[in-house]
Ligand binder design. Structure first.
Ligand SMILES: [Zn+2]
Ligand SMILES: [Zn+2]
Length: 362
């Protein structure tokens, strides 16, 4: 089968690889859609963003990763010990499974489990020639990671469930009171999805900051009240002006901006959540945390967040179509990655690969 294989840092290729087997407890899914995530671009560069954000560690990647963790498809076959009702169902693939026994899993904080196995990167894969992922014609997956899709959610929309889960988790970490105002830094996929998610959770006003005009137009289409372009010293004044001169109750930093740029815009009692931790030291006065301000990070999502994500898609609280800016067939994956990497020129927010399924889905 065709698969998008990251053989080593910077070495991405469309290859013919063996069909995956279907061991006990597993299903094999025929991929229809798989999004390219910002983290996929970072894996391509040799970085390991999962280890960095979740474990706070630098870890090398194994070779032969089939990238992709934002996948949807149709169940092709299941192992003998799996309910055959799954065959033919339209599904989203939950991109990781947790151990279920560690302290974090036992306390409903699955996103912090250190013993996870992931689709699309090296975590948890041992003696397999490939780390399997969604950018392939077929994907092996534990049947317990399958999410059946409601009638109202097509396979294209379902491919955003992973970043939508991330956005839901981050927004829920930031909410301190009903009617909160939110500043989103970065109008990439998670930033764009955070806009309707925050609305769904009762935000009164959502302002989005980005360097790119095209991305901000998408943020408006996703429901942002105000957008602010740029990164210069004047930006913080313009962001405050966009919020009627008031500081923000919540700030989501999706890009890992220097703390000093945005933390001073946080209102007393507010929370700033960063989704991209950095390893360079920064200097800033803890006085900026006075007035019970909280600075924290957010990684991945827990199962409850994922349930919210499915509900928000099926009820129409979130319509992801405006942010899906580019679609390519799987066989043009290398070109698609160039579009995703060069979003300054391409205006890409979310690039989605489509499988050669012969089915009209989404
Ligand atoms: Zn992702
Ligand atoms: Zn665990």
């Amino acid at each position: 089968m065709k698969a998008v294989v990251l053989r080593g840092p910077g070495d991405l290729a469309l290859l013919d690889v063996p069909q995956p087997s279907c061991p006990p407890g597993h299903a094999v899914v025929r991929m229809t859609h798989c999004g390219i995530c910002g983290s996929d671009v970072r894996y391509l560069r040799g970085d390991n963003p999962w280890a960095k954000q979740t474990l706070g560690e630098k870890r090398p990647n194994p070779s032969n990763i089939i990238l992709g963790h934002e996948a949807s498809g149709v169940v092709e076959r299941v192992a003998d010990d799996v309910d055959p009702k799954w065959v033919g169902k339209r599904v989203a693939l939950v991109a990781f499974g947790t151990c279920g026994t560690c302290e974090f899993c036992r306390t409903g904080r699955e996103q912090l489990c250190p013993n996870t196995q992931h689709l699309g990167h090296g975590a948890g894969w041992t003696d397999s020639p490939y780390c399997y992922g969604g950018m392939a014609e077929y994907v092996p997956i534990l049947a317990s990671w399958l999410q059946e899709l409601p009638e109202s959610v097509d396979n294209l929309a379902a491919s955003v469930l992973d970043p939508l889960g991330v956005a839901v988790h981050a927004v829920r970490r930031a909410i301190r009171r009903p009617g909160f105002s939110l500043l989103v830094v970065g109008a990439g996929p998670v930033g764009a999805l955070a806009v309707p998610v925050a609305r769904g959770f009762g935000a009164s006003r959502v302002t989005v900051v980005d360097l790119q005009d095209a991305a901000l137009r998408v943020a408006i289409a996703m429901g942002a009240d105000e957008t602010v372009i740029g990164s210069d010293a004047e930006l913080s004044f313009r962001a405050l002006a966009a919020n009627d001169g008031r500081r923000f109750d919540a700030i989501l930093d999706t890009v890992g901006a220097p703390i000093g740029v945005y933390l001073p815009l946080l209102e007393r009692g507010g929370t700033m959540v960063t989704l991209t931790v950095r390893d360079e030291p920064q200097t800033w006065p803890t006085q900026w945390l006075a007035g019970e301000r909280t600075l924290t990070s957010s990684c991945n999502f827990g199962w409850e967040d994922y349930e919210w994500a499915v509900r928000m898609l099926s009820e129409g609280t979130v319509d992801p179509k405006p942010m899906i800016t580019h679609r390519f067939p799987l066989v043009q994956a290398v070109e698609a990655f160039q579009v995703a990497e060069n979003k300054d020129r391409s205006g890409a927010v979310k690039v989605v690969l489509e499988g050669a399924t012969g089915l009209e889905l989404g």
